[in-house]
Design a protein around this ligand. Structure first.
Ligand code: SF4
Ligand code: SF4
Length: 289
């Protein structure tokens, strides 16, 4: 029987949704107030997608396994680390909210809208839902598990809001010690912006006070074979006048890997995780026998 006819038990709804999320592979969940996304540009807020939205239910998980971090062949990460699992879960949860509770629920596409902007910024949602805080390296870090993928369900369901965390997860205590001793942190050290990398910044009194990030350079390493890689190779191939050269480009391992990569996952997938590999947050979950 639908619970819509009954008076809504908000706490029971949350327990119910968390149970389903956990069974579906989420390791963290959180709820954000749908009306507080003022840091997001107009047109990219939850209430732009669902005007009467009250809450944003966030699920996080699908991070690389401990064994993945051990592999010297980092390229295999593209088959293990993508957000589909969380997105598929969010789709099931949105249907469940509508069918079981009788409230509107929208699962937001993980791709980009106009101007390469996300429909709604999942990282901001994860922060506002208290799943973690933004890090110097970029990703939202959960205090227990560190890096993970997030997906969201925007809903009129009036869940209790968790709200943002009070304390930043980054920098970790180990990073503060490293900064005091060496003037850098693990992520900045592995990918230094002034030496061919993408990350820079400053810590003061144990807090990140400055962050530098070369997004364009990072993107060429994170999405080497995925949609941006496909666009780049296709552009070069179409412009090539020499038929033999064009054929070589189409059948090259770069183009083949690009196509394989796009068929592994229909949403974003990472191919560089070096800053997360060295990040101490959640590292205990990356150690097995
Ligand atoms: S994902 Fe790779 S390229 Fe991007 S900041 Fe991290 S280490 Fe650097
Ligand atoms: S390595 Fe340290 S400074 Fe860098 S993202 Fe992780 S916690 Fe933050």
């Amino acid at each position: 029987m639908s619970a819509a006819a009954d008076e809504l038990n908000v706490a029971a709804c949350r327990t119910d949704l968390d149970g389903l999320a956990s069974k579906g592979g989420a390791v963290v969940t959180g709820v954000a107030d749908a009306t507080v996304f003022t840091d997001a540009p107009e047109g990219h807020r939850p209430t732009d997608i669902l005007p009467k939205a009250k809450t944003v239910y966030v699920v996080g998980g699908a991070q690389p396994r401990a064994g993945d971090w051990q592999s010297p062949i980092y390229q295999h990460m593209e088959t293990t680390s993508f957000g589909d699992k969380m997105h598929n879960l969010a789709q099931r949860l949105s249907r469940y909210i509508e069918d079981h509770y009788g409230y509107y629920a929208v699962c937001v596409p993980p791709g980009t809208d106009k101007g390469n902007q996300p429909f709604v910024n999942f990282s901001l949602a994860a922060e506002l839902a208290g799943c973690g805080t933004k890090s110097l390296a970029g990703p939202v870090l959960n205090p227990e598990y560190g890096f993970m993928y997030y997906s969201i369900v925007i809903s009129t369901l009036p869940l209790q809001v968790d709200g943002p965390l009070d304390e930043p997860v980054c920098p970790a205590p180990e990073c503060k010690e490293m900064w005091d001793a060496e003037g850098t942190t693990p992520c900045m050290s592995i990918c230094p912006i002034d030496d061919g990398g993408c990350l820079g910044g400053k810590l003061k009194d144990g807090r990140v006070v400055e962050r530098r990030y070369d997004q364009a350079r990072c993107r060429t390493r994170v999405e080497t074979y995925w949609i941006p890689g496909f666009q780049k190779v296709l552009d070069a191939t179409l412009k090539e006048k020499d038929k033999e050269q064009q054929k070589m480009m189409l059948y090259s391992s770069l183009f083949s890997r690009t196509l394989w990569s796009m068929t592994y996952a229909n949403v974003s997938q990472g191919q560089c995780f070096e800053c997360m590999r060295v990040c101490p947050v959640g590292s205990k979950h990356r150690i097995k026998k």
